[in-house]
Design a protein around this ligand. Structure first.
Ligand SMILES: C[S@@+](CC[C@H](N)C(=O)[O-])C[C@H]1O[C@@H](n2cnc3c(N)ncnc32)[C@H](O)[C@@H]1O
Length: 198
């Protein structure tokens, strides 16, 4: 694993086919490992990382410019408990994240692909839940939120019907942690749900 040039805290994997021990990317590999999947512009990721310095955070997004912007911010803020990876989230969770290695997944405002003919692009589906179930530690959590209520209903039903998970109190970010998209859609009350891996 090449960590990164000194002016970057991005992860640049040396290979993309086998699981990556992401713990080695952090100063304190023994700290809990959490993933913000589709971290966007990173408001939530950065606020959370500042607040919990004894947790390691990985932000994943497929948009290069967003990852580069967050990277500059984590370097400026010297957030050594935070790394970013420019990659597809489904691919990463399915192939790169080691089994039972993740304490918490946050999936906030995933792209809703509102037209029926585009639903196959949505990240939440059964294979994705298999990957989440495989990579979460027992007792680990999955938090999801979206303003797109029909998609929320689908997400909620998908996970609720999955025997590997148990529903728990929805995670509500504090004001300073509100994600960029939640701020954009602040006039809408989002659907939120949280589940524990049994
Ligand atoms: C609507 S934005 C929400 C961003 C952030 N979570 C928030 O709440 O502000 C969705 C983000 O997920 C990213 N994204 C969508 N599908 C993805 C995928 N399959 N893998 C990685 N990132 C993805 C997009 O590039 C975008 O930045």
């Amino acid at each position: 694993m090449s960590l990164s040039p000194t002016n970057s805290l991005r992860i640049f994997p040396e290979q993309w086919l086998d699981p990556i021990d992401f713990r080695k990317c952090f100063e304190h590999p023994e700290h809990p490992f959490e993933i913000d999947l589709g971290c966007g512009k990173g408001r939530f990721l950065l606020a959370r990382a500042r607040k919990f310095p004894k947790t390691n955070f990985l932000g994943i997004d497929r948009l290069l410019n967003r990852i580069k912007r967050i990277d500059r911010k984590i370097v400026r803020q010297n957030l050594l408990n935070t790394r970013v990876l420019r990659a597809d989230g489904y691919y990463t969770v399915t192939f790169l994240v080691p089994p039972q290695s993740v304490e918490t997944y946050y999936v906030f405002y995933p792209d809703p692909w509102p037209k029926g003919k585009h639903h196959h692009n949505r990240i939440f589906n059964e294979p994705f839940m298999d990957a989440i179930a495989r990579t979460l530690k027992p007792g680990g959590k999955l938090h999801a939120a979206t303003d797109h209520l029909p998609y929320f209903e689908k997400i909620h039903k998908l996970i609720k019907n999955d025997a590997r998970f148990e529903e728990t109190e929805p995670f509500v970010p504090s004001e300073d942690e509100t994600s960029d998209f939640e701020l954009i859609f602040a006039d809408k009350t989002p659907g939120r749900c949280s589940f524990v891996r049994k």
